[in-house]
Design a protein around this ligand. Structure first.
Ligand code: ADP
Ligand code: ADP
Length: 224
């Protein structure tokens, strides 16, 4: 079983026009439960396109996408959105936390939207913040936190609804090397505690080398 499977995924932009760009050309990729895979790609190679397709934000022109063994390729937009909210957590280079809410509230809100009771949502948020070493700062707003703390809160938010699949795009990208190191360790701690599958795009080869497997996006295909 694999949590994420892409089979023969192709995607282009500007269909049929002379300037059509074929970004992905038959991508095959699987990520097993509990596996952390690094995705390394030069800029412009189609990394964002691949993450958007894997995360059900976009659909392939050809090929199949499944998450948790369920084929998601032909779902209606409404069902795809529902599946994304249920199954996928996203982390970006910047934290995108809501500035007017505390760290804890930022992790509670997506759970309330998902039907989790407030007491349970708070309990889960505090547990996640403890795991990444930000438990003491739970009631602070993002602006009162350091860059590394903000990013760790964003990791907790991504995992708040217990997704099967975590997709991250340069999760330590805007941090200095020392902070990056500590924050990456916190991310691994979170991921290892849940057994979810993770696909983490990074330019940092040192961090990539510490994941279970490294895949490279090259000329529209994924190579191990
Ligand atoms: P990366 O994340 O690796 O930098 P992207 O997936 O963002 O790469 O983009 C890959 C290629 O596809 C680039 O040449 C980009 O210009 C093109 N592209 C991405 N999104 C679109 C779009 N919505 N319309 C047209 N071209 C796009
Ligand atoms: P909400 O449940 O708050 O309405 P969405 O279902 O819109 O959130 O989005 C779910 C996840 O997908 C969020 O983590 C959000 O950041 C991410 N997301 C939504 N739209 C995009 C997009 N166009 N590009 C990148 N990420 C997106």
């Amino acid at each position: 079983m694999s949590e994420l499977t892409l089979q023969g995924v192709s995607k282009g932009y500007n269909h049929g026009r002379p300037n059509e760009v074929r970004v992905l050309q038959g991508v095959d990729l699987s990520v097993a439960p509990g596996e952390v895979v690094a995705l390394v790609a030069p800029s412009g190679a189609g990394k964002s396109t691949l993450l958007h397709i894997a995360g059900l934000l976009d659909t392939p022109d050809e090929g199949r996408v499944s998450i948790g063994g369920e084929d998601m390729t032909d779902l209606s937009d409404r069902r795809r959105t529902a599946a994304r909210r249920r199954e996928v957590g996203f982390i970006y280079q910047f934290h995108h936390l809501l500035p007017e809410f505390s760290a804890e509230e930022n992790i509670v809100l997506p759970q309330l939207a998902n039907g989790v009771a407030r007491a349970e949502a708070s309990r889960r948020a505090r547990g996640l913040l403890e795991t990444v070493g930000v438990g003491e700062r739970a009631s602070h707003r993002p602006a009162a936190l350091s860059g590394g703390e903000q990013q760790r809160v964003a990791y907790c938010r991504a995992l708040a609804n217990r997704p099967r699949l975590l997709l991250a795009d340069e999760p330590t990208g805007n941090l200095d090397p020392a902070t990056s190191e500590r924050v990456f360790a916190a991310l691994m701690e979170l991921v290892r505690g849940t057994g979810l599958a993770a696909l983490i795009a990074t330019h940092n080869l040192e961090l990539a080398g510490r994941m279970d497997r490294v895949v490279r996006l090259d000329a529209g295909r994924v190579v191990d």
